[in-house]
Design a protein around this ligand. Structure first.
Ligand code: ACO
Length: 331
């Protein structure tokens, strides 16, 4: 049985830095409120003309270079994002056009904050069975163009940022390395606790001028509800994966959680009994970039020398759906 290893990771974030102070210009908020509740100091937002597939391309190039591979070596593109550059087709095809690698399959994974871990689980199955040898897994997101920047939308608008991360996954014969297991969950009972309602295919027409006057075109969240579920499900799904392979939290060298909110990450670390110096966090720089947070973290942690061959990594996510997932990786 083959194992799925990370041959290279890369990330790219837009150059435009938006600080908490900058947000004060749009809405009634404050740096103090945002820092205290979320740990976010600034985030990156795209400027006109930047696309999700463009961010993904920049991240993919870095990941490929670090893997010492060429675009032509890729057998399969898995693209995790809530959105695409346009209504359709999916971002995987837009990226494929930019990478000039026609013919190989491109698949979109739409599992919001859990997209990257879901994508990793899918990629792992294809690599383990020998169907594909080299898979490009992307987590990429543009949030900023869909936020309500007025005071009405401040609870959501301060949280999110734009960015992309990429992982080049390859097959290894070494049974000690690679993805050890992944655990995926969802509960559609909570679809409307964190969602984007409009435009909607069940509305006639999908988008009408009167819709633009309402706040129902913006993402909505019951923040406290999400918080409570997140701090329960993160530890649960990490524990489930560790149990399966007979390891404990003490074996984990680095926990890389989806960057939802520093308060969530701290609560999860406390519940698991893992020290914060073994938990990766960069939310202060980028906010929540949904599907992109974990691969951006992996790329930065690798650059900083915090991930070394043989390390055990626990990746975990929770988000809209609700969906939650974890993966254990022996780097
Ligand atoms: N600036 C200033 N005041 C604000 C802001 C803001 N940006 N947003 C909300 N407020 C106000 C509210 O209006 C409210 O005012 P009121 O008391 O006069 O009504 C007050 O602050 C408290 O609001 P709450 O929503 O109760 O604040 P809470 O302490 O719950 O913090 C937060 C909000 C940070 C969103 C929190 O609920 C949270 O972290 N939830 C988790 C959700 C999350 O991180 N989601 C990310 C996406 S999902 C995921 O990735 C897992």
């Amino acid at each position: 049985m083959k194992r799925t290893i990370f041959a290279g990771v890369g990330h790219y974030v837009p150059e435009r830095v938006v600080t908490n102070k900058d947000l004060e210009k749009y809405m009634d908020t404050s740096n103090e409120w945002i820092v205290e509740r979320t740990g976010i100091l600034e985030r990156r937002w795209v400027t006109e003309g930047e696309t999700i597939s463009g961010l993904a391309l920049a991240a993919a190039k870095i990941a490929l270079e670090r893997a010492h591979l060429q675009p032509q070596d890729i057998d399969f593109i898995i693209f995790a994002s809530m959105e695409s550059d346009h209504v359709f087709p999916g971002g995987g095809c837009f990226l494929q056009e930019k990478m000039e690698i026609p013919g190989i399959p491109a698949m979109d994974i739409r599992n919001q904050c859990s997209g990257f871990v879901y994508g990793l689980a899918v990629a792992d199955q294809f690599i383990r069975t020998g169907t594909y040898k080299t898979i490009l897994l992307i987590g990429a997101e543009i949030q900023s163009t869909g936020l309500d920047l007025s005071t009405r939308g401040r609870d959501m608008a301060v949280l999110f940022g734009d960015g992309a991360g990429a992982a080049v996954l390859t097959a290894s014969e070494d049974p000690q390395r690679g993805v050890l297991t992944s655990k995926l969950h969802a509960d559609g009972l909570y679809t409307k606790k964190l969602w984007g309602e409009w435009p909607s295919v069940s509305h006639h027409p999908r988008l009408s001028p009167d819709m633009l006057e309402t706040d129902r075109i913006y993402p909505k969240m019951e923040g406290r509800y999400v918080f409570k579920h997140a701090v329960t499900k993160f530890p649960e799904v990490i524990g489930e994966a560790l149990n399966e392979v007979g390891l404990t939290i003490n074996d984990v060298d680095l926990l890389v959680p989806h960057q939802a909110n520093l308060r969530i990450t701290e609560a999860v670390a406390q519940r698991l009994g893992i020290a914060m110096d073994k938990v990766y966090s960069n939310i202060h720089k980028y906010g929540n970039t949904t599907a992109a947070t974990i691969p951006i973290c992996l790329s930065e942690a690798w650059e900083e020398g915090r991930i070394k061959e043989g390390n055990l990594l626990a990746l975990a996510s929770f988000g809209s759906g609700f969906t939650w997932a974890s993966s254990l990786v022996r780097w």
